[in-house]
Design a protein around this ligand. Structure first.
Ligand SMILES: [Zn+2]
Length: 60
């Protein structure tokens, strides 16, 4: 598994920079995947997610 997760927004990123935060603060040590299709959904709001995408549930 080469994917990393952004430490700031928890977005799962391919490559070395988060496209949302423009940060290289990525971690390989993450667990769980939350797929957000609708940023207006209750789940997205509870998770603090504002854009559709794949997110890690926990990032260390
Ligand atoms: Zn990010």
């Amino acid at each position: 598994m080469a994917d990393k997760a952004c430490r700031l927004c928890r977005r799962i990123v391919k490559g070395n920079i988060c496209p949302a935060c423009k940060t290289t603060e990525l971690s390989k040590n993450w667990k769980g995947v939350l797929v957000v299709l609708d940023a207006e959904s209750e789940i997205a709001k509870k998770a603090g997610i504002t854009a559709p995408g794949r997110y890690a549930i926990t990032v260390k």
